[in-house]
Design a protein around this ligand. Structure first.
Ligand code: SF4
Length: 251
């Protein structure tokens, strides 16, 4: 008994009481801040980017492509790119994921996800997902799994994963959608009753990531059905995923 109490005192509470207010460790690489409106020929950080996420004109970083390796920040001679630990990166459109000079985490958080009335009304109190790993590396899948553990406890909001698409309200896709998985993704989507929502989780799902343009990838599904929430990251932090959905359903 005393030993158990001792352990509890030493470890403290493992559960995050308020996922909306949680702040991540400074080591976490999140929202990138650009410290220049344009770059000159001395800027070479875009050449080290493995996913082509940096553009020069205009100078911007596409978080939908970024794998948050941090190589660009390391290659900046004049501190043009700096990563913050801000993790609420989910957005309801691809355009919003493109970060430019002057963009701040606070402004981004306010505008990135607009709660749609019909989603709030239908899914605001209960939202179940079927998850499909469509060529993912298991990084995103592991973080999604962590969303439901005692630490993050996404189910406290009525948000959870189901084994069957017949019991789901939406589809969470990880991975770039390889040709071999394209049919399975489509079939899973078809098995979910209307109305339903689609979430693209992780750089691969959002943009193809480092596999964008590969012959082995088939992204027709996204073109045909659209996406309600993009969750960037490689992989996204569980709090990025949870906060994105909470904003989407107006909680
Ligand atoms: S952190 Fe993102 S933008 Fe920078 S080099 Fe890595 S993938 Fe490219």
């Amino acid at each position: 008994m005393f030993e158990m109490l001792n352990i509890r005192i030493r470890q403290g509470s493992q559960y995050i009481p308020d996922v909306k207010k949680a702040v991540l460790n400074q080591m976490h690489r999140g929202f990138p801040v650009l410290n220049a409106d344009k770059v000159d020929s001395s800027f070479t950080a875009d050449s080290v980017c493995p996913s082509g996420a940096i553009t020069r004109e205009p100078f911007a970083i596409d978080m939908g492509k970024c794998v948050f390796c941090g190589d660009c920040a390391g290659a900046c001679k004049n501190n043009e790119i700096k990563f913050t630990s801000f993790h609420k990166l989910g957005a309801d459109s691809r355009e919003k994921l493109v970060i430019k000079y002057g963009d701040t985490p606070g402004e981004y958080e306010k505008n990135a996800v607009v709660c749609r009335k019909e989603i709030k009304r239908i899914f605001g109190r209960s939202l179940k997902f079927r998850q499909v790993s469509a060529g993912g590396c298991n990084g995103c899948e592991m973080e999604l799994n962590a969303c439901t553990n005692v630490n993050f406890d996404m189910a406290r909001f009525g948000i959870d994963f189901t084994a069957s698409p017949r019991h789901a309200d939406g589809l969470v896709i990880t991975g770039p959608i390889t040709k071999n998985m394209a049919f399975a993704v489509e079939e899973t989507y078809n098995a979910i009753a209307e109305p339903k929502i689609i979430i693209a989780c992780g750089a691969c799902a959002v943009s193809g990531g480092i596999f964008a343009g590969s012959n082995a990838v088939d992204r027709e599904f996204f073109a045909a059905h659209g996406v309600d929430l993009y969750v960037p990251g490689c992989p996204p932090h569980p709090l990025t995923f949870i906060n994105g959905i909470l904003k989407l359903i107006g909680r």
